[in-house]
Ligand binder design. Structure first.
Ligand SMILES: Cc1cc2nc3c(=O)[nH]c(=O)nc-3n(C[C@H](O)[C@H](O)[C@H](O)COP(=O)(O)O)c2cc1C
Length: 175
C-alpha cells in the first residue's frame, strides 16, 4: 500500500492530525502546496485533510477537481472543525453536499475530527467573519436549531483535538 497524507491547515489542528495519521501509517505527509495533481498518480491511497471554513473542507478541490484521476484509488478525506461530532445532519448532509458531487459520495470516505479555535489567535478577517456571523444569527427572530448552534459555535474557544479519533480512518485505510 503506497499511501500519502496531504493537508491544508491554517491554525495547526489539521496539520496535527495529518502528522498523527502519517506516523501511524508510516507514509509521507505533504502540505497541499507542496504537491501537484500529477504527483497523485504515484499513490494507491490518498488521505486528504482540511479544516472546515463555512462548511467547506479547506483545499479539498485537490481531490474533487481531480476525481477522474483518482477513481481506482482508495481516497479518504477528513475534516477538522468545532461542530460537535454528534451533529450528524451537519456533517452527513450539509458538509457532504457542499463539498462532494453526488457521483463522488460513494467512493470518497469522509471522516470528521474535532479541531481547535483559539479566538485570540484568529486572523483579523476570520475574527471579523465570526463576529459578523454571530451578529447575523443572533438577530433572527425564530432561529432554526442550526442557527442557534452557529451562535454557540461563534464563542467556542479551545483545542478539541483528539489523537484517538484517527482510529477509524486508520482501520479503513488498512482494511
Ligand atoms: C472563519 C471561520 C469559519 C469556520 N467555519 C467552521 C465551520 O463551518 N464548521 C466547523 O465545524 N468549524 C468551523 N470553523 C472552525 C475551524 O474549522 C477549526 O478551527 C479547524 O480546526 C481549523 O483547522 P486548521 O487550523 O487546521 O485550518 C471555522 C473557523 C473560522 C475561523
Amino acid at each position: 500500500m503506497d499511501a500519502v497524507v496531504i493537508y491544508k491547515s491554517k491554525y495547526g489542528s489539521t496539520k496535527e492530525y495529518a502528522n498523527w495519521i502519517a506516523k501511524e501509517l508510516d507514509c509521507p505527509v505533504f502540505e497541499v502546496k507542496e504537491i501537484s495533481k500529477d504527483d497523485l498518480v504515484n499513490y494507491d491511497t490518498i488521505i486528504y485533510g482540511g479544516g472546515l471554513y463555512a462548511e467547506i473542507i479547506n483545499g479539498v478541490s485537490l481531490i474533487t477537481k481531480n476525481f477522474d484521476k483518482l477513481k481506482n484509488k482508495k481516497v479518504a478525506v477528513f475534516s477538522t472543525g468545532i461542530t460537535p461530532l454528534d451533529c450528524r445532519d451537519y456533517y452527513d448532509k450539509m458538509v457532504i453536499e457542499k463539498n462532494f458531487k453526488p457521483e463522488m459520495r460513494d467512493s470518497i470516505k469522509v471522516f470528521n475530527f474535532m479541531g481547535k479555535m483559539i479566538l485570540d489567535e484568529l486572523s483579523l478577517p476570520h475574527k471579523t467573519a465570526i463576529k459578523a456571523l454571530k451578529k447575523l444569527m443572533s438577530g433572527k427572530e425564530n432561529p432554526t436549531e442550526m442557527e442557534k448552534l452557529l451562535v454557540e459555535l461563534c464563542d467556542k474557544d479551545g483545542n478539541f483535538t483528539d489523537k484517538s479519533a484517527i482510529k477509524d480512518l486508520i482501520e479503513y485505510v488498512r482494511g
